[in-house]
Design a protein. Structure first.
Length: 271
């Protein structure tokens, strides 16, 4: 059953989401740029890294949720789904961009969403090493860096693909052959293409530095926090057919709805 929440209740839950981000950051940072073991979830034939930082950060967030909101559900990348009875589910990705993390790069972040009735009603993207945070709820997306006052974000206007900056985490690692062909069809029409951003690229899209992000193979915890971050800054997030991206899969995020429509056309023609 979907929960009905007031604006003030969402505001309080958003503050709690920031508490979760604070806790996660404190747990993760002692591991960053240190020689730590890296496990492979896929085993022989693939590589999907996970570290103790991922596991410990999610464990700490789940414990805080259980303490303050024991009836809420939790869906996390590392420790699975714990259903609740309140119609609210926290969706957690402790380190989105673990590959970047283990390489010592800062293009990773903690993702925290609260899902009510099948849609995320708030989202937090936190980069604790850079002390940068995106907070989105109640119709706006805020950005805060290193304790400075928050500012409201707005995506930039870009209606034509020829003027667009395009990003994806990897042009090969997450796309099958047909998806690669469709992606390169878009990339060949864009002004500039950059790789490797993971969740951090979505923050830059909300800030107006990137115009379109194309991904595939995403899980719910990879995207749910980022949907409000983009949409409340004026952008659009869907799957490659224009439907909901809440469950992940193939995802397109754009800062301008006109560009989004154009990108969907090129993707459809390229598949």
């Amino acid at each position: 059953m979907a929960a009905t929440l007031s604006l003030s209740e969402i505001e309080n839950l958003t503050k709690f989401a920031e508490d979760l981000a604070d806790l996660s950051g404190k747990t993760i940072l002692p591991f960053f740029r240190r020689p730590i073991p890296v496990d492979n979830k896929l085993g022989v034939g693939g590589f999907d890294p996970v570290t103790q930082a991922d596991r410990d950060a999610e464990t700490s967030m789940r414990a805080l949720i259980a303490k303050h909101f024991p009836t809420h559900g939790i869906l996390g990348e590392e420790h699975g789904h714990a259903p609740g009875s309140a119609g609210l589910t926290w969706v957690l990705d402790p380190i989105d961009g673990t590959r970047a993390f283990v390489c010592g790069m800062a293009q990773w972040g903690t993702l925290i969403a609260l899902n009510a009735g099948g849609r995320p009603i708030l989202g937090v993207l936190d980069q604790p090493f850079l002390r940068e945070r995106w907070i989105s709820a109640n119709g706006q997306t805020l950005f805060r860096r290193d304790g400075a006052p928050s500012r409201v974000l707005k995506t930039r206007e870009c209606s034509e693909l020829a003027h667009a900056v395009l990003s994806t985490t990897s042009p090969v690692g997450y796309f099958d052959e047909a998806e690669q062909h469709a992606f390169w069809s878009v990339s060949g029409r864009a002004k500039l293409t950059r790789f490797g951003g993971d969740c951090y690229a979505y923050g830059l899209l909300a800030m107006g530095f990137i115009d379109v992000i194309i991904e595939a193979g995403l899980k719910p915890w990879d995207i749910q926090a980022l949907i409000p971050v983009i949409e409340n800054a004026g952008g659009v997030v869907t799957d490659w057919t224009g439907k909901s991206a809440v469950e992940g899969g193939r995802v397109v995020a754009c800062g301008d709805a006109r560009l989004h429509a154009a990108v969907l056309e090129v993707l459809a023609a390229g598949l």
